[in-house]
Design a protein around this ligand. Structure first.
Ligand code: CP
Ligand code: NVA
Length: 319
């Protein structure tokens, strides 16, 4: 796996200039190329080998919402690649005074080589991509979180040695993270089960598109309303917050989702070597117990670390 960045078949893939907004825009071979590049750059960094592939390049980072991992991993990643990243928020820019996304995109595209954006509505990031003239990376929208899932798939490969044929269950609120899991894991040949309470399952639109994808890839995509049924015999359990950024905290939703908490009992229903994942930040003892998060099955901090390496792989190939 490591070193495949130089292999003949991946050398033929040219991803330069592509946007990284939605995993559905990519073929399996393209996602594989991003993953291999991430693994390869991780090894290079661990060995202390220089890998300044983006020397002299600049990345604008627009944050409409808060962030710890995405902000720091992209900024540090760009530095390690020899480039520079600018942290931009509405309050310190003219976005806060109402300058449109289309105008902002056209200006930033003339200074910078790539734009990363964390937005509310998904259309904000597609609008940026339409007008920027440089590659745009989705650092989370209300619909999708593709960079997270690339780091997660790197993490699964590190712990399980493969992706194809594995079973992953996402339990909890259906959201941007679960949507990107359905897409990314399906493309890479995993069987995906979503376990969510009624009323909090994936939207018909995303389900329709991803079900069609799973048929093409010969995998299964299942939605159940019972957490125990969802995790039965799986290799990976994944969960996320009950309330994503921008969502109102509702008691009724909290009560429904507490039944889907990832705790020792639920973990005991999966394979004995199951890994437990969370994109973080976690709300300890809500969507997962502290005991599970700090326990032997948890790989949550490996996932956080791999944000750095996976995103360096993405930037190195598209910029
Ligand atoms: N997982 C993730 O995107 O974390 P941040 O919100 O801290 O960036
Ligand atoms: N679903 C969460 C992910 C945070 C990284 C949110 O959108 O807030």
């Amino acid at each position: 796996m490591i070193g495949a960045i130089e292999s003949p078949e991946v050398r033929l893939l040219n991803l330069k200039g592509r946007n990284f907004v939605d995993l559905m825009d990519f073929e399996i071979s393209e996602l594989r190329h991003f993953l291999e590049t991430g693994h390869d750059l991780k090894q290079k960094q661990k060995r202390g080998e220089p890998h300044e592939l983006l020397k002299g390049k600049s990345m604008a980072m627009i944050f409409m919402k808060s962030s710890t991992r995405t902000r720091v991993s992209f900024e540090v990643g760009m530095t390690q690649l020899g480039g520079h990243a600018l942290f931009l928020q509405p309050s310190g820019t003219q976005l806060g005074r109402g300058e449109t996304i289309a105008d902002t995109a056209q200006v930033l595209g003339r200074y910078c080589d790539v734009i990363m954006a964390r937005v509310f509505g998904h259309e904000e990031v597609t609008e940026l991509a339409k007008f920027a003239g440089v590659p745009v990376v989705n650092g989370l929208s209300d619909l999708l979180h593709p960079c997270q899932i690339m780091a997660d798939m790197m993490t699964i490969e590190e712990h399980k040695g493969k992706l194809e044929g594995l079973k992953i269950a996402y339990v909890g609120d259906s959201n941007n993270v679960s949507n990107s899991i359905m897409q990314g894991c399906t493309i890479m040949g995993m069987d995906v089960t979503i376990g969510s309470p009624k009323g909090y399952t994936p939207s018909d639109d995303i389900l329709k598109k991803t079900s069609a994808l799973s048929k093409t890839h010969g995998t299964t995509l299942t939605v159940v309303n019972d957490p125990s049924e969802a995790v039965k015999g799986v290799d990976v359990i994944y969960t996320d917050t009950f309330f994503s950024m921008g969502q109102e905290r509702l008691k009724e939703k909290e009560d429904a989702l507490m039944q889907f908490q990832v705790n020792d009992t639920l973990v005991g229903k999966a394979k004995s070597d199951v890994i437990v994942m969370h994109c973080l930040p976690a709300h300890r003892d809500e969507e997962l117990t502290s005991k599970v998060m700090d326990g032997p099955h948890s790989v949550v901090f490996d996932q956080a670390e791999n944000r750095l390496h996976a995103q360096k792989g993405i930037l190195a190939l598209i910029v």
